[in-house]
Design a protein around this ligand. Structure first.
Ligand code: BTN
Length: 251
């Protein structure tokens, strides 16, 4: 286990608005619950070393190994009426940029996973009510193979197993918060269009045969509104807004 991400360690390293206030605990049910319905300012962050009921998408659980990953939730208050489902791509891009090293571009698997070397290293969970969005991010950082979830839907990796390097969790956390803040601010100003090309460069599904949202086809570009383009077998295209992606190989 690396040093706990206590306020004493992390707060002096913070470089922007995100992470203020910084709520840390040694353990909790889910960091999502520490922020939901709170009156805290946008950018408030909850971090823990271990979750007893970590949530993933579609009712799944997010399993962690205490002290070896990043488990955080960020409170966002986007303008009312904004397309908040796009925030999983905004956060996905920020995570990808933070975790990748010079050798390996991290991929964003629409709509909410981040892959290194084809393995899932991070997942994003958005929970919203009214104008509040709690953006939960789980990153596998220092787990060995044996410490990663064995029966996950996608093969899992940690930054350690994927790159052979053991990053400093505190540095990783503050750099993720800074990148997320920067990408979120651009999204608020101009939507996804300002970084669509960067997202597309990391689009893990492009060219893959997939089934999603009741549609089957070959995945194409991520559209400016965040939907995934699918090319159907009959040559027509359809845009898919959400859903669990089943992969069926290269299209
Ligand atoms: C997924 O891949 O399905 C999303 C996983 C999201 C996990 C993070 S860990 C911190 C935050 N708290 C939770 O309970 N879930 C998110």
């Amino acid at each position: 286990m690396s040093k706990p991400l206590t306020p004493e360690l992390v707060e002096p390293l913070l470089r922007g608005r995100f992470g203020r206030p910084y709520l840390w605990s040694e353990g909790c049910a889910s960091t999502q619950d520490a922020l939901r319905g709170s009156a805290l300012a946008e950018g408030a962050v909850a971090v823990t070393e271990h979750q007893t009921a970590g949530r993933g998408r579609d009712g799944r659980r997010w399993e962690d190994a205490p002290g070896l990953g990043l488990l955080l939730s960020v409170l966002l208050r986007p303008p009312s009426g904004s397309p908040v489902q796009q925030l999983s791509l905004v956060a996905g891009l920020a995570v990808a940029e933070t975790v990748e090293d010079a050798r390996d571009l991290a991929a964003v698997k629409w709509p909410n996973d981040v892959l290194l070397g084809g393995h899932k290293v991070a997942g994003i969970l958005l929970e919203s009510s009214g104008v509040e969005v709690v953006c939960g991010i789980g990153v596998n950082v220092l787990q060995t193979e044996a410490e990663l979830p064995a029966n996950a839907r996608l093969p899992a990796a940690s930054l350690l197993t994927a790159t052979g390097h053991a990053p400093d969790r505190a540095e990783l956390l503050v750099s993720l918060l800074e990148t997320l803040e920067h990408r979120y601010d651009s999204w608020r100003r101009r939507g996804l269009t300002s970084f669509l090309d960067e997202l597309e460069a990391r689009n893990a599904l492009r060219g893959r045969r997939v089934e999603v949202g009741g549609e089957a086809g070959t995945a194409g570009r991520i559209a400016p509104d965040g939907r995934l383009t699918l090319l159907r077998a009959d040559g027509t295209t359809v845009l898919v807004a959400s859903g669990e992606v089943q992969e069926g190989g290269r299209g």
